[in-house]
Design a protein around this ligand. Sequence first.
Ligand code: HEC
Length: 180
Amino acid sequence: MKRAAAAAILSLACASGVAATNTDRAVVEARQASMKAMAGAARTIAEMFNGKVAYDPGAFRAAAETIRSHTGALGTEFPSASLGSPSGAKLEIDQARPEFDALAAHIASLADVLAADAARAPNDITADMRMGPGMVMGGGSLLGKRPGAVEIAPAKLPAEHVLHLILQDCSSCHSKFRQQ
Ligand code: HEC
C-alpha cells in the first residue's frame, strides 16, 4: 500500500516535470550535505573570531579548507534535472546560469584566499586578521558601491573580513536562487 502510494506520488512528480530519479535525488542530497558542511565550517570560524569558541589554528585551517573544497564544486552541483521542488534549488538557476556561475566562482575565489590565510595562521589571532572599525559592511564598506571607491584585493584584507564577504555571497545566492 505504502509502496503504491509512493509510486503514485513519484509518477505524479515526474508527470509534472519535477525531477525525481534516484540519480537526481543523490545529487540533491550530496549538495545539501555539502551546503551543511560549509555552514558548519563557516560557523566554526565565525565563533573563533567572536570568541564563542577557543581559537585553534588547526581547526581554522580545517574549516577554511572545508569551505574551499565545497565552494570549488558549487558550479557542478546544480544540473538542470535536479532543480525545483522537492529540492530547495529554484528552477530560475537554469535561466540565470551566467549569474549563478559567477556567484559560485566569486565565492570560490574568496574561499581560496581564506584557505591561504588559514594555512599561515599564527597560534593566536593577531590584529591584522581582524576586521577593523572602518571596515563596516554594506554601503560604506571598502568594497562598497561608492563611485571612485577603491577596491581592495581580498588577499590584502584581514581573514575575518574575507569570511564576511564569503557569508555575503552565501546570502546573495540564497536570496536569489534558494526556495525560502
Ligand atoms: C551559488 C549559489 C549558492 C552559494 C554561493 C551558497 N549556496 Fe547554500 N544553497 C544554495 C541553493 C540553491 C540551496 C538549495 C539546495 C537544495 O535544496 O537542493 C542551498 C542550500 C543551503 C543550505 C540548506 C541545505 C539543506 O540541508 O537543505 C545551507 C545550510 C546552505 N545552503 C548554506 C550555505 C553556506 C553557509 C554558504 C556559504 C559558505 C552557501 N550556502 C553558499 C545556493 C548557494
